[in-house]
Design a protein around this ligand. Structure first.
Ligand code: 3YP
Ligand code: ZN
Length: 373
């Protein structure tokens, strides 16, 4: 049993400008602040907890390398890459594409290292250098479709890694499980018409992007059923998420039987996140990771590559991440010091409206049992 782990100090140097959520603009009342909501310190703090807790001693450190242009072109348009490269050379950097996702000078190099980190992880897992692994990369990627960046994402790290597995590592069928609280719209759009890539996104209904991630979005004409969306109501906590994984995610993975599972791992469903209103604790993230690992053992020899997406509580993300990485490595090194407080916030049972949504998705998505009417 071995678990690969990727982090690079350069990820912690990503600069999202002086705005908080949107770029500072006094004319509309947006004040500058020292930490943008996506400031990479949150992820650096997770890395430092991995080290200080001793979990690092149970992991195999794998170095990231920048994704090459050829690797990025498998999913991204040349015009998008050219624009990022040009803006990245400017003294004050540029924007990923939607005007609310600034990056500093050299930001394209950091984004290419993040995409290459996802590639390096998938390579380690597919070649058997590790059984599974975690790429703690920054910036995130899942909102970026082929032609632009958006929602703090420049390059779609997960999509680049999936395309690499398929084009260079002899893997055909890949499933992506996205538990970031926002819809994985970019990944879904890149593989929209690709029957050999299943994208599953579990997210807070209507959180971001607007009007995206509806349960009726099921894949393109050449790949019906290759997209699955579980838009959960606000307030869904550990038990609602685990119910969704048990009744939709795990059975959909079993039915698809991929050769590799890639997890788009945002920690923004956490109970202390400023950008969403879910109530997931480290216990919920641990349970989701356990369920994905269990299915992976059944269908693809345990091959799971977990790639970091969002997560904005500098306080709580480290404990959520530690729980997931502990689960991958099959060890327990430290209790969640916040659990005495957040454990009470998550609720104690799944509510009827949470179950109803999951049950509706399950009824649409899963193959009917033989003999059912
Ligand atoms: C991007 C702009 C407003 C919400 C924000 C979401 C970023 C994220 O964590 N995506 O997964
Ligand atoms: Zn997110």
């Amino acid at each position: 049993m071995s678990t690969a782990y990727i982090w690079h100090e350069l990820f912690g140097w990503a600069d999202h400008g002086s705005g908080g959520l949107f770029p500072a603009d006094p004319a509309v009342g947006l004040q500058p602040i020292s930490h943008h909501v996506a400031h990479p310190d949150t992820k650096r703090r997770l890395h430092e907890l991995v080290v200080v807790s001793g979990l690092i001693d149970h992991l195999v450190r794998v170095a990231p390398r920048p994704a090459t242009e050829e690797e990025l072109l498998r999913v991204h348009a040349p015009e998008h890459l050219a624009r990022l490269e040009a803006e990245s050379a400017l003294p004050k950097g540029g924007d990923a594409g939607d005007g609310i996702s600034p990056f500093g000078k050299g930001g394209y190099d950091i984004a290419r290292l993040a995409a290459g980190g996802a590639i390096a992880l998938v390579e380690a897992v597919v070649t058997g250098q590790a059984d599974n692994g975690y790429a703690l990369v920054h910036p995130a990627g899942h909102h970026a479709p082929g032609h632009t960046g958006m929602g703090f994402c420049l390059l779609n790290n997960v999509a680049v890694a999936v395309a690499h597995a398929r084009a260079a590592l002899g893997v055909r069928r890949v499933a992506v499980v996205d538990w970031d609280v926002h819809h994985g719209n970019g990944t879904q759009s890149i593989f929209w018409d690709e029957p050999d890539v299943l994208t599953i996104s579990v997210h807070q209904d209507g959180c971001f992007p607007p009007d995206s991630g509806h349960l009726t979005e099921r894949g393109g004409p050449a790949a019906p059923g290759s997209a699955v969306n579980v838009p959960l109501p606000p307030g869904t906590g550990d038990f609602g998420y685990l119910y969704a994984f048990e009744h939709v995610v795990a059975p959909a993975l079993r039915a698809f039987a991929p050769e590799l599972i890639v997890v788009a791992s945002g920690f923004d469903p956490n109970a202390m996140d400023p950008l969403a209103r879910m109530l997931v604790t480290s216990r919920g993230f641990r349970g989701m990771a356990e369920q994905v690992l269990r299915v992976a053992e059944e269908v693809c020899g345990g091959r799971v590559a977990v790639v970091q997406e969002g997560g904005y509580s500098p306080h709580y993300v480290p404990f959520c991440g530690l729980a997931v990485i502990e689960t991958l490595a099959g060890v327990k090194v430290l209790d969640d010091a916040f659990f005495p407080v957040v454990g009470g916030m998550t609720g104690h049972e799944t509510t009827a409206h949470q179950k109803a949504l999951v049950d509706e998705v399950a009824a649409r998505v899963l193959p009917r049992p033989a003999g059912a009417v």
